[in-house]
Design a protein around this ligand. Structure first.
Ligand code: GAL
Length: 440
């Protein structure tokens, strides 16, 4: 596909029925197959790896995210003993600090051997700037479209070249909840829609919980807002926002902004650097009832020994049941990487069934590959795999699937301005201006 088709595809990605991402253990027959049992051996151009240091850049620097990266690192060292893994992680959820450092390094001709990038619109920035190289050979070695969903491959392909190796798929539209706080306030286990949810937040506040729902820095606000938008508009109209026909001044967007403003009155006061684990920890500690976060949150609950269904519960953001707000992490081969052969060893590991199992078990995400058995995963991830298979796919704004980095930057500026000023009309007009500037 050419560049325009690629971007149009991204717009269409949110359109109900337009995308049939089938993955995570489903090869079309509804069953999950793990050929050869536990793991598929990784292939390597050179036994034991090409040798040398392999610098891998991510924002998985702490907590449960680091545990995911550590799981990959351990396997990498085992399978590629000639290579030396160098962890170049920069802290800050959603790459809030990492992306600027990466941009500067790439700009200055100082790329790492591989870096984390989101499948979808985000990748196009790197491709446009000639900062990453095709990795078709690695994808082919790994099994290509036999093991990765074609629609996922489409999101990392431009003009027949595939530019990254997907490591995982995350769902962004989940509410993580403290069942005790909810029960004590007489609120419902799973509110039917946004209005019922807001009414529950009011009940929880009246019961003495000052911040029924937590929020962190700007990117978490973008993520919360995107799920409200998705709830209010539905997947089809939400998806249309990323096409030239998108109407960011519609009544639906205005109502979403109104409801988002109302929800913000139920939250803690956040500073820009506030990261997502603290927002989840407030739910764990019963200082809040809810947080809207991607399903990397489940790994935070697990790492704090919280029991699914007892200590915490989860449900799709009210009004988004049946929709999977999608994002996928993938790893790249930068143009000018100091050790491209070592980087390919890393990509082989990331894309292998064994790598995907180890990583995703620790990270809360689901494998991008279709041949990793769900049975070994905890209930939440099995639930996410099913949702990914059955539900309508929408593309995340906050995590590079729906909009490229420049567009996301304008949206983030608008959201940050709104957080301090709470001017609804200004937010709508800023979002609309960004849409007109970037939708092609
Ligand atoms: C996303 C990324 C996830 C997770 C999250 C929070 O952008 O895709 O894997 O790391 O940020 O940091």
């Amino acid at each position: 596909m050419d560049r325009r088709q690629f971007l149009m595809g991204l717009g269409a990605a949110g359109v109900a029925g337009a995308v049939t991402l089938t993955g995570c253990g489903d090869d079309g027959d509804g069953d999950v197959d793990t050929p050869g049992g536990e793991s598929t051996p990784t292939t390597s151009a050179q036994e034991g790896g090409a040798g040398g240091e392999v610098g891998v850049f991510t924002w998985w620097a702490a907590g449960s995210e680091k545990e995911g990266l550590d799981a990959l690192e351990a396997l990498f060292e085992e399978q590629y003993p000639n290579d030396t893994f160098v962890n170049l992680a920069v802290a800050g959820g959603a790459g809030s600090s990492a992306k600027a450092k990466l941009a500067a390094d790439l700009q200055n001709g100082n790329p790492p051997d591989s870096f984390q990038g989101h499948a979808g619109a985000e990748l196009i920035d790197y491709i446009d700037a000639d900062q990453i190289l095709p990795v078709n050979d690695v994808i082919d070695e790994l099994g290509g479209a036999d093991v990765f969903p074609q629609d996922l491959l489409d999101r990392i392909t431009v003009q027949d070249d595939i530019y990254s190796v997907p490591s995982n798929i995350h769902r962004a539209n989940m509410v993580w909840a403290n069942p005790k706080v909810i029960k004590d306030a007489g609120a419902s286990e799973q509110p039917a829609d946004l209005d019922a949810w807001i009414a529950d937040m009011e009940k929880i506040k009246d019961a003495g919980v000052e911040t029924p729902i937590t929020v962190g820095g700007t990117w978490t606000q973008v993520q919360l807002f995107e799920t409200i938008l998705l709830s209010e508009l539905g997947a089809e109209d939400y998806g249309a926002l990323f096409t030239p026909e998108g109407d960011w001044e519609s009544d639906g967007v205005k109502t979403a902004v109104e409801k988002y403003a109302k929800i913000l009155t139920m939250t803690n006061t956040a500073s820009d650097g506030d990261d997502w684990p603290a927002a989840i920890d407030a739910v764990i500690e019963g200082r809040a009832a809810y947080n809207v976060m991607g399903d990397w949150a489940v790994a935070e609950f697990a790492s704090k020994d919280q029991v699914d269904g007892e200590d915490y519960t989860y449900f799709p953001v009210p009004g988004t049941d049946g929709v999977f707000d999608f994002l996928a992490d993938s790893f790249t081969l930068p143009n000018g990487a100091p050790n491209p052969e070592g980087a390919k060893d890393w990509l082989r590991l990331v894309g292998s069934a064994e790598g995907q199992k180890a990583f995703n078990l620790a990270k809360g995400s689901i494998p991008a590959r279709t041949d990793v058995a769900p049975d070994d995963f905890p209930p939440y991830q099995q639930n996410a795999m099913k949702s990914f298979k059955d539900d309508t796919i929408a593309s995340s704004i906050a995590h590079g699937a729906a909009v490229n980095m420049a567009w996301l930057s304008d949206i983030s500026t608008a959201m940050s301005k709104f957080y301090s000023g709470r001017d609804e009309a200004e937010l709508v007009s800023d979002l609309s201006a960004a849409g007109q500037k970037y939708a092609i």
